[in-house]
Design a protein around this ligand. Sequence first.
Ligand SMILES: *Cc1c(COP(=O)(O)O)cnc(C)c1O
Length: 348
Amino acid sequence: MSGVLRIDLDRFAANLSRVREAVAPAELMLVVKDDAYGHGLDATVRRARREGVRWIGAFDVATGRRVRDVLGGDVRVFSWIAASRAEAAEAVAARLDLGVGDAELLEDVAAEARVAGALARVHLKIDTGLHRNGVRPEEWPEFTARAAQLAAEGCLEVVGIWSHIAEASDEEDDAARALFDAAVTTARQAGLSPTMLHLSASAASFARPEFRYNLVRVGAFCYGIRSAGGPDEEHLGVRPIATLEARVTAVDDDGASIDVGPLDGLPSILAGRVTVGTPGGPRALTASGSGFRVEGWTNSAPGDVVRIYGPGDGGESSATDLAEAIGTIGEEIAVRVSPLVPRIYSGE
Ligand SMILES: *Cc1c(COP(=O)(O)O)cnc(C)c1O
């Protein structure tokens, strides 16, 4: 056996509880894009549902449908990447809450709702500066007026207004928030009464109460992945829920060769830059040919387990520690674990 990813769902539940307490009275939308950041969508959304989470953020329509299949009807599922009329139809059929950031998609959703005899639930997206879809402020008055008209015709319900921010500098985020507030005012003047307002992801949800409104879209912190360069896990009160384990395949006078499984999972440039967890404490991860070694671990034996990253119980680094060593973010490490690496759950 080579690499496995162990996922502690009880710890996940504890993180959910911590995040919900931190953002209250705003509600948590658990973001599950990229197969729940590599942790496996099915098991994580099931556990989240058991813990009482009522909103799931599902990125694209296919993911939203998957969540609907797994959890059934009594959860709100928000998908925000839809481009085609076909996807609009799928979203309406699966009763997804759809993020809509352009006028054409708004018409498509309304048309599909009419065909289906259904009420489409939409959250209108204002572009507050990231330019990742979203309606430009100058087009917003016309867009919201049209949405109000379609709502009055009974084909859609404008549930929310939302946007996405960079969370890179407070100044830019403040400017985005001012645009957001103005957009909400404009929407209300157009006759809309959105009940859900959402702007922030993990970092701003914790650090900046005024960004919470009544719903926050949080992925990383729920999985215990802290922000690179940000506050540590202890400060946040969350812990990594995944441990990536590899196995020793051979031992020589200098250390151990290890197999982490399908190799696209771990960036090779980590070699020489990070430590991993062994029973004798942290040791340096180095390269050997196309694979990895653990230096100095000479008293190991084939089959022994090395922790590439995890919560730190075995002296290992966290995913974000590894990410910081190579100038990226913890999510990037987590989502690169190949789907061929088995996920083993505890607390299911
Ligand atoms: C990924 C994503 C989030 C969650 O971000 P985290 O930093 O992982 O909490 C929220 N909103 C949108 C639009 C996203 O794409």
